[in-house]
Design a protein around this ligand. Structure first.
Ligand SMILES: [Zn+2]
Length: 199
């Protein structure tokens, strides 16, 4: 195989869920594109970290400092919905039913995948909760990790971590979501029910 082709294929393989065959398909598809489009893509990748960053509070994607949710003072400051990924945040925002804040963990505890509480934004969540309790008498943490093994492990870990804080009310979303399914793929009605009937 051509060494240049191989090199680009290997770069694509570094993306989550992309195997060698799919990576090769991506490269072949790009070769069909006009030069201008490739240049656009190249520039977008080059400036990625300059143009998009993570919100320092909740780790949502943001184009400047605080994200659109954190900078909206009309949002309920007494609720934090804890999710694995930014795409989960988008799914919940689309329902239009949730008016509180978020915290994006950046994944779930999964030792087989190298994800431990230390690699997730859990320390940041603890200090954020402590800071918020200085101005709130009561704070609801809605755990909305996925209903699969890593998601449940994370949920138990978080419950353990916060259960001794009297001002914190812990609830768990995802009841009603099919076991093993991802929040990201849940339809809006299922998400609405899961939000409304959280326990
Ligand atoms: Zn934010």
């Amino acid at each position: 195989m051509n060494p240049n082709f191989k090199r680009i294929v290997r770069l694509f393989q570094k993306l989550p869920g992309v195997g060698p065959r799919q990576a090769a398909r991506f490269v072949l598809a790009l070769m069909e594109k006009p030069d201008a489009e490739l240049l656009d893509l190249g520039k977008a990748i080059q400036n990625l970290k300059k143009e998009i960053s993570f919100c320092p509070n909740c780790f949502n994607i943001s184009d400047n400092h605080q994200c659109i949710v954190c900078s909206n003072t009309k949002r309920d400051q007494g609720k934090i919905l804890i999710i694995e990924k930014v795409t989960d945040l988008d799914s919940i925002e689309k329902t239009g039913l949730y008016n509180g804040l978020y915290h994006v963990l950046g994944g779930a505890v999964d030792p087989l995948d190298g994800a431990t509480p230390d690699t997730l934004k859990i320390k940041e969540l603890v200090s954020r909760v402590d800071n918020m309790l200085k101005i709130n008498d009561r704070l609801e943490l809605i755990i909305a990790t996925n209903p699969n093994t890593p998601g449940e492990t994370t949920s138990l870990y978080l419950k353990d971590l916060f259960q001794n804080k009297k001002a914190v009310v812990l609830t768990r979303l995802a009841r009603g979501l099919a076991s093993g399914s991802n929040l990201e793929y849940a339809d809006e009605i299922t998400l609405k029910n899961a939000l409304e009937y959280r326990k």
